[in-house]
Design a protein around this ligand. Sequence first.
Ligand SMILES: C[S@@+](CC[C@H](N)C(=O)[O-])C[C@H]1O[C@@H](n2cnc3c(N)ncnc32)[C@H](O)[C@@H]1O
Length: 329
Amino acid sequence: MLCIQILEEETPIKIMEASRELYQLLSLTSGVDEQNSNYKHDLQTASGKAIATLWAAMCIIDFLRTQRFFRGIHQAVIDSKQKYPGEKINILYAGSGPFATLALPVMCLFSSDEVSFTVIEIQETSVQCLQTILEYFDFQEYVYVLIQTDATRYELEKSKKIHIVISETMQHALEKEPQVEITMNLAHQLDDETIWIPEYIKIDASLMNKKKDDGRQMGILPSNKSSYINLGTLFNLNKKCAKKLFKNLSEFDKVQFKLSEKNVLNYPCLVLMTSIHIYGDQYLMPWDSGLCAPRIVADLSNYNPMPEQVIFWYETGSSPGFHYKFLYS
Ligand SMILES: C[S@@+](CC[C@H](N)C(=O)[O-])C[C@H]1O[C@@H](n2cnc3c(N)ncnc32)[C@H](O)[C@@H]1O
């Protein structure tokens, strides 16, 4: 019921309350305990950090994120059922955390004859908690298989059609966690028809004025647009580009921007902005969620001389993220 409430509710405070309640319920049911250090170990992998069970559980509380993913995934299942009448919709969920949070509304609203999940999670304690959750809510029959493995290396069963892929294994500016490598590994194994959730994750470079942003947050400025100016897009992660990157990592472009003195004086903070198209009409835009919080790169008011240009590039590996270099004449 709480899942449906989060899916349908329009009032932000009520979405927040329902998300907190759902977190409490699932924590109690699975035994995820905020005081227990066993649930607080991040796992460092060759493609980034797999966050600890407790932090993955707490993602629910990022309530607009949770609601918009719920809505996008719900719509994707409805659209897939229409496109493939009579077929069971197979969903691959990479990085489920301890609750498979993003799958729960689908399990509540559709029958196990209509949908089936392949669930991948690398953290052992999260897999154990998820087994408890699935048993408790009688959701085992929705799960074709639950595998504790690394989604950046996982080889899909060739004979099984996957209609939808869900993965939210990211932090803002696509740093630290392995969203990019997971998308690369899975996209190259699937056809162009597969729905990806999120459809795309776009990173822009911007110049921001923190004082104007404080004003915006306090409601003094009406629109967030005036607290920053966009320099341009650095990277748009989607299934097409992930396939290309799998074949050739050098497809990561280096992107260069001019830093005009006038703009830097008015907007001195160089930041990375994250926007996410989940599916259909569901988006997360800068400031909507922790995933889209501006990532501060540098406060240019501290620079003398002021850089004239900046070059950005993305690197995968154990500490994924953007790197940058300033250029001076
Ligand atoms: C940000 S949490 C999201 C949890 C949940 N899907 C949600 O949206 O609330 C990401 C999850 O992905 C898992 N993960 C990270 N890297 C992974 C990998 N390479 N293979 C499988 N799971 C991974 C983490 O352990 C964590 O549970």
